[in-house]
Design a protein around this ligand. Structure first.
Ligand code: ATP
Ligand code: MG
Length: 393
């Protein structure tokens, strides 16, 4: 539901607003650029303008919904509304509210509210916000068949944001991801496996402003083309959120190490594999100026992810390992994967299921893993990282 004639998108930012003046201005510029990149990538006809502490998209009646969606898919955006712009005058505002109610008479629901706020120089107007709410409310009331006002939990909210030179009228908000503009933090290496969890974890750090350097370990007989295709596909989906960022995947050959671990290492095999993986990520981070590693691990999700095993494996690197899904249940992760578009039904069984030992170690100490691992495992990690190929997506 949007007002007739709506051609402008009002964008509200999320955590950008809690920054100090200079940092905020820089983040707003970045947010503007990122919204524009998504708008261009989707071929939407709209101009993006940074004004006050908001961002506006100037579109037209045909493109305003797509422009609203584009803004609501941008990291750092709290919400976006398609609005009609009218002169900041009582009659014009009330009339826009009435026309909106008339057009959507059948979908307003049982209850409504009118909310108005004036921003900027409020003494510019010869009316108060309450005046607008009262008169706008009466006008909307007239247009509906059997309406009831509910200020606490209305089915439909008609909103007015009145500025010095113009007023915006809109109904409803499309929620954005929140967070910070992509690029406002340092890069992080994202270990992506082709499973459900890792793309969600990568998306979470992107939401906080950190671009990712995707890394996929090619596991030879223990992985396979389906895994790789799936990993690339999820990264492609993540790249839709970041069209102005390089998202090529570093594909690291790890088949020979998997063979070695399957032959030589017993219950701690998966833990050695994880140390190897972190060390590969560390080398990629050094090359790409990334400052951490993000994985889709969650406490206890698999035997290699028991609280104790996470402790025994994490020390393979001095980089922080970010685990945004640490405390999440699988069902919640899956739900989020669907929402961000990285989930697909034909989820392939993970490669590591094929290499997992029958009786995996669940209670490892660092010593147990160190004693189990081949002496040259870290040299192998360094070599594997050096032999990575960059896959364009
Ligand atoms: P996902 O966690 O992505 O759904 P999964 O659950 O099958 O896949 P796990 O065994 O839980 O994978 O691995 C834990 C984490 O280790 C993954 O979330 C991912 O960050 C990383 N990882 C596992 N396998 C690979 C791989 N082949 N390449 C890159 N990263 C990997
Ligand atoms: Mg997992």
């Amino acid at each position: 539901m949007r007002p007739p004639g709506a051609d402008t998108v009002l964008v509200r930012h999320a955590d950008v607003g809690v920054k100090s003046g200079k940092v905020q201005a820089e983040m707003e510029r970045r947010l503007r650029d990122n919204i524009e990149a998504i708008v261009r990538d989707r071929g939407i006809d709209a101009e993006v303008e940074r004004r006050w502490s908001r961002i506006l998209l100037h579109a037209d009646a045909d493109s305003v919904d797509a422009a609203t969606d584009a803004a609501a898919d941008t990291f750092g955006v709290r919400s976006a509304s398609a609005a009609v712009v009218v002169p900041p005058e009582r009659d014009a505002i009330v009339d826009a509210l009435a026309r909106t109610a008339r057009e959507h008479r059948d979908s307003v629901g049982d209850t409504f509210a009118v909310r108005a706020r004036r921003a900027g120089t409020t003494d510019a107007h010869p009316f108060t916000s309450e005046d607008l709410e009262r008169e706008g409310g009466a006008a909307v009331f007239e247009e509906l068949s059997d309406p009831e006002v509910d200020l606490n939990d209305p089915d439909t909210t008609f909103s007015v944001e009145c500025r010095k030179d113009e007023a915006f009228v809109f109904t409803g908000k499309r929620d954005g991801p929140g967070g910070l503009p992509l690029g406002s933090q340092a890069k992080v290496v994202a270990l992506v496996s082709g499973g459900i969890d890792s793309p969600v974890a990568a998306w979470e750090v992107m939401k906080r402003g950190a671009p990712i350097v995707p890394v996929y370990l090619e596991l030879g007989d223990y992985g396979g083309p389906d895994h790789e295709a799936r990993a690339m596909e999820t990264v492609r989906r993540l790249a839709d959120y970041a069209p102005n960022y390089e998202m090529g995947v570093r594909k690291v050959p790890a088949g020979d190490v998997m063979d070695l671990l399957a032959e030589e290492v017993g219950p701690a095999r998966m833990l050695v594999y994880r140390r190897f993986m972190y060390r590969v990520a560390e080398h990629v981070a050094r090359e790409t100026d990334a400052t951490g590693i993000v994985t889709g691990e969650a406490i206890g999700q698999k035997s290699s992810q028991t609280a104790r095993n996470l402790g025994a494996t994490s020390r393979a690197t001095h980089l922080p390992i970010h685990r945004p899904l640490l405390t999440m249940d699988k069902s919640a992760i899956t739900e989020r994967a669907r929402r961000i578009g990285t989930f697909r039904d034909s989820t392939i069984p993970a490669g590591c299921n094929r290499i997992a030992p029958d009786y995996p170690e669940t209670n490892a100490t660092p010593e147990i893993v160190t004693n189990a691992q081949p002496d040259d495992i870290y040299e192998r990690a360094e070599r594997a990282a050096a032999n990575a190929t960059l896959v364009d997506i």
